[in-house]
Design a protein around this ligand. Structure first.
Ligand code: GCU
Length: 696
């Protein structure tokens, strides 16, 4: 069937024509990486030959129709609004049920001068192919040379929204929630479609719509109707909806006296609830559960295990859906090292979880810090389906100020050798690839979706890594930049370089040398290493840095908490010696004296001071570099990003000054030679409050 040029296409063409009228016209970032800005010169004329005729063998399938339309519209935009050349030489053919291609989103794209062929095992593969073609063309690839053969590495590529039904987003820094629960199901805002498009363009195929600190009423019939409307809208984009379920729901909204997972009435309640959801949403994904963690209810309230709780919900869903059970647990009563508690609770349960249960594990054993070693549960539960949880929103990395490109953080974890998994030990990526990867979303109602423009790159990088964890951080940065800002090779190189070093800079001025969790109470913004009076010891920064007049750091060796022993011996051996450990992890695993000599000869104290100073130099260099890019970036986004960078430099200086003032107050040492003076007193830094900080 031939697709004519519909109104959508004409509008896209007009929009694209406006876009070329001035390549550097102000942009607000709403279009994300899907701007499809037309290339110049030869690239433009090559595209003119592409896209006159698009055919498919089942064009009425909603996802196939969408794939055809997305490709058609995207090509029109890339052509700068011009129609395809008369008698366009290149016909495009979709075959979305090709038995030679795997199901589950895989696709092949084959091109020559006369044709472009797309083959997929099922329609969603065609949709992914359409976006992949546009991504390639958006980077300047010659259409006649397109050759792709891709399959997602992980079956579940999922966003976890920490959005509350009242519109507030926990740890959200980009405005209110994108979900308008109040007006659903009658009204579905256009953002819900643009959001699905953005996700599908990356291969993201699952969305948990509500906070893990869940409200039980979201399981009530009125919310199921709202969720069904979303599920219907997102289905053509290949996205399944999931709900965070509050474990005590049978009590909270079900009128039962208990939520004990072994109670037959409780089991029957959940089964009926699941049936009710599946009647409305036949492809409902399942439940995400935070249980017995930070005050949330769970099976342990009834003396049952995490496996008892997860398996009860899994039985209610049956093979229709999945229970994703979070391993982020720690107990107030437990005085062992907090980073050891998840392993201690979950590892002994290996082999006890039902087939449709996934255990979702944060990248590190603490809580999304700027740098953590990988979580020791990876590799330690070979009989359990394990999924990686990352945080796209930057709760502990400056929130929506400055720049922190997180692909290098996630790659560090994905590429980590666990030392476990048989004669050829597996990396974290190999362990989670058969299952999936989740990212805590950073989207909000801000016009550019993520608060700062560069945070779009984190949404993008998450999706790309879940699709293919062997992509490099640099490749992802380059492809994002080319689509988001400009194809100019030198500009792309310079922006990618800024992105690649950005997370290290944040770690350097907030958590140097393996320190962690020094952020302000509650909002987690800014330095507070002095906090030591919170009701739970492990909520206090002083619990983590343990600084006193003799030294600093958390001893997790056999002489200390023993956390190192949770890792495979070959891995633990790399970190066991303070003299040889990679300095990035020094104070995470070791407590050392202030005069401890670091590789290179500096004392710990001198080196700590230098880390803060180097971060400042790096940030200043980046500001200059960005200034040099002014001619290549539209004014609106250039100015917004310049402001982000200025704020980050100010914050980095604050981190340095406040932290150094505090470290000095405990070690009594003079500032190392050459260090700039600290402008204010420790008391002045301690006295700063900013209750208006968002996201709590
Ligand atoms: C962090 C975060 C909380 C969140 C929790 C979780 O502790 O600060 O807001 O609820 O992680 O992952 O459950």
């Amino acid at each position: 069937m031939m697709r004519g040029k519909g109104i959508v296409n004409r509008l896209a063409a007009i929009a694209a024509a406006l876009l070329v009228a001035g390549p550097l016209h102000a942009e607000d970032g709403y279009a994300l990486w899907l701007r499809h800005a037309p290339p110049e010169g030869e690239g433009r004329s090559r595209l003119a030959r592409l896209g006159g005729l698009i055919v498919a063998n089942n064009p009425d399938h909603p996802t196939v129709a969408l794939a055809m339309r997305e490709l058609d519209d995207g090509l029109a935009q890339l052509r700068g609004g011009a129609a395809a050349a008369d008698g366009a030489a290149t016909g495009i053919r979709f075959d979305c049920h090709d038995p030679a291609v795997a199901r589950g989103g895989a696709f092949r794209v084959m091109a020559d001068k006369a044709s472009l062929r797309i083959a997929a095992g099922e329609p969603v593969g065609c949709l992914y192919a359409a976006y992949a073609i546009l991504r390639e063309l958006g980077q300047g690839v010659d259409p006649a040379k397109l050759a792709l053969d891709e399959a997602p590495a992980m079956p579940l590529r999922m966003l976890n929204h920490w959005d509350n039904p009242d519109g507030h987003v926990e740890r959200g820094y980009s405005g209110r929630s994108i979900f308008d629960w109040w007006h659903l199901p009658e009204k579905l805002g256009p953002r819900m479609i643009d959001y699905a498009r953005a996700n599908a363009s990356l291969g993201i195929n699952a969305v948990v719509v509500n906070n893990v600190n869940a409200r039980a009423f979201m399981l009530e019939p009125r919310y199921i109707a709202k969720l069904a409307r979303l599920a219907d809208a997102w289905r053509p984009y290949g996205i399944r909806v999931f709900l965070s379920a509050r474990f005590s729901a049978p009590k909270d909204i079900g009128g039962l006296a208990t939520a004990d997972p072994l109670d037959p009435q409780v089991q029957a309640w959940w089964r009926a609830k699941a049936d009710e959801i599946y009647a409305a949403i036949p492809d409902f994904g399942g439940f995400l559960v935070k249980a017995n963690s930070e005050g949330q209810p769970g099976p342990q309230d009834y003396g049952r295990t995490h496996a008892d709780g997860a398996n009860m919900l899994a039985a209610a869903l049956g093979m229709r859906g999945t229970v994703i059970w979070r391993a982020f647990v720690y107990q107030a009563e437990d005085t062992t090292d907090r980073t050891m508690q998840a392993y201690a609770e979950f590892q002994p349960l290996d082999g006890q979880f039902a087939d449709n249960v996934i255990v979702q594990i944060k990248n590190g054993p603490l809580d999304f810090q700027p740098r953590e070693p990988f979580h020791p549960l990876f590799g330690a539960m070979p009989k359990t389906r394990l999924m990686l949880e990352t945080q796209i929103t930057r709760e502990y990395l400056g929130q929506a100020t400055g720049i922190a490109y997180l692909a290098p953080l996630w790659k560090e974890v994905l590429d980590a050798d666990t030392g476990r998994g048989g004669p050829k030990p597996k990396t974290v990526a190999q362990i989670v690839s058969p299952v999936g990867m989740a990212g805590v979303a950073n989207t909000g109602s801000d016009r550019n979706w993520t608060g700062t423009h560069f945070d779009q790159a984190n949404w993008y990088a998450f999706g790309r890594l879940a699709w293919n964890p062997s992509l490099t951080s640099e490749d992802i940065a380059r492809e994002w930049t080319a689509q988001t800002f400009t194809r100019d090779t030198e500009t792309v190189r310079r922006i990618a370089a800024m992105m690649l070093g950005s997370r290290d800079l944040v770690a350097q001025y907030t958590a140097p040398l393996g320190l962690a969790h020094l952020m302000g109470t509650g909002h987690h913004y800014g330095p507070s290493p002095w906090v030591c009076d919170l009701e739970r010891p492990d909520w206090n920064p002083c619990y983590y840095h343990r600084a006193d007049k003799d030294g600093i750091g958390f001893d997790r060796t056999a002489k200390g908490s023993g956390a190192l022993a949770q890792y495979a011996p070959s891995i633990a051996a790399q970190w066991a010696d303070a003299a040889t450990i990679d300095e990035k992890y020094l104070l995470w695993f070791h407590r050392v004296r202030w005069d401890h000599r670091i590789k290179g000869g500096d004392t710990l104290w001198e080196r700590l001071a230098a880390e803060y100073a180097w971060a400042e130099i790096g940030l200043r260099g980046r500001i200059q570099s960005w200034e040099g890019l002014r001619p290549h970036i539209d004014a609106e986004r250039h100015a917004a990003i310049a402001a982000d960078m200025a704020r980050e430099l100010k914050d980095a200086r604050w981190w340095r000054d406040a932290s150094m003032a505090y470290w000095q107050s405990v070690n009594g040492l003079p500032l190392p030679a050459g260090a700039r003076p600290i402008p204010e007193s420790l008391e002045a830094y301690r006295a700063r409050t900013f209750p208006e900080a968002p996201g709590q």
